[in-house]
Design a protein around this ligand. Sequence first.
Ligand code: ADP
Length: 519
Amino acid sequence: MLDKAKQILEEYFGYTSFRPGQEKAIENVLANHNTLAVMPTGGGKSLCYQIPGLVLDGTAVIISPLISLMKDQVDSLNSIGINAAYINSSLSNSEQRERIDKLAAGHFQFVYVAPERFESADFIHALEFTRLSLIAFDEAHCISQWGHDFRPSYRSIIPNLKQLSNLPVLMALTATATDHVIEDIQSLLGIHSEHQVNTGFARENLNFKIAKGIDKKQFILDFATSRSEESGIIYAPTRKVTDQVYKLLKEKGYKTARYHAGMPEAARKDAQAAFINDETPVMVATNAFGMGIDKSNVRYVIHYALPMNIESYYQEAGRAGRDGEPSDCILLFAAKDVQLQKYLIEKSFMNEENKRQEYKKLQDMTSYSHTNRCLQRYILDYFGDSNGPEKCGHCSNCLDEGERADMTKETQMILSCVKRMDERFGASLVAKVLKGSRDKRVLDFKFDKLSTYGLLSHYTEKEIMNLINYLVADGYLYARDAKFPTLQLTELSSDVLKGTTKVYVQAQPKDSPKETDYH
Ligand code: ADP
């Protein structure tokens, strides 16, 4: 059967060899094992279910949350002579009915549906009459409540599926899943761990960069000038900032599109089409833009402010370079962006436990902006992916040839100050004590009597804060309770205090110019 798979790869798709992981995933499915494929964006997940769907008899049902992608996938299958269709709410009732009848009559090799379709008794009934080759869950992380994009409709498919007497082999595919999410997918869909194919998440063609202490508006203008020939997405944290950045670029004469959920649907569609067809190279958008956009030549993704967590960041940044060509993923960092995200978590409708998790994820996202380590490595470690080298060699940290100052002494002062304050306070009060501030809280707690008071008076409070942030990011300090973080010592702290570990830190920009306001 594998020979047949290879033949289909060449004859239908015109490729001579499989990409990493594809062959194993296809082999598993053909051997009737429920299979999970975790591959990076652009890794070629579609072929993992399309080829078995063509080798096996019957209809393959593909469940996808992305209605906009279904049409593209179906069109491209039709264009190579494969009988495929989608059934979703964009069709009229009679069209839906007609396609469901054709499904039951075994007319299609592939049918794409949204998860909600499984709530329809008609559809389930039709499935029971259909010879099924496989059922694939695209974007399978949406099934897990631990995923950043949990969709209850995805999860509620499972009881309905289990009722099917003709249940075929199942396949789950995702580019973004923590260990927790992977375990969840496996147990929900009955996938054995030996049938998991995980090629890791690394995107070797992406250059991750962090820009701190910059004038963001100027940065965007300079960037748009230097890269005017290329396609790129600028993600803004709110609709208001999206409008501001859009206006800024428009006024300077750049061909720019805009996309957010506050715009009328027609305007959004036009903006999306203009961007996809390369009429407007720059797209300024909120995170409402991108799910299901399959544009391969996006050369850069800039985040104007910190996103909420690493999962969203990697997914959004990962829209760059799907064609495998080198592309840039740049995060513009300003400390106050963290406050905006905290505000958004606080006013959300999540319960306290979920909020706590979101704060923790935000802390990890913030630490990404402060780490001295390789940025790609930081992200891979976050997802528990130990594949690949310690350094990618092309992120802004790997490339930084700037001075690395020995900050061991300063770190020891910070750590002993945290200890003397009983590990009960956050970074800003610790910084004030080390600066020797006469702040009321410092005096109320009598921290001016501590031996560490004023030890770093030759630094600004901001510089001390920067150093503390870095120490948290790289594990020299631990920020307990992500909502109101209090600093605590770690194992690494005791090595530094004993003098067995030295701490080197990249030179930080001295002064930050005024940052763009958006509150
Ligand atoms: P994903 O869903 O994992 O993001 P896609 O399935 O959209 O990725 O594939 C990304 C691109 O890679 C597509 O253009 C696809 O045709 C191409 N591709 C997939 N498999 C192969 C292969 N074995 N050889 C060459 N190109 C491939």
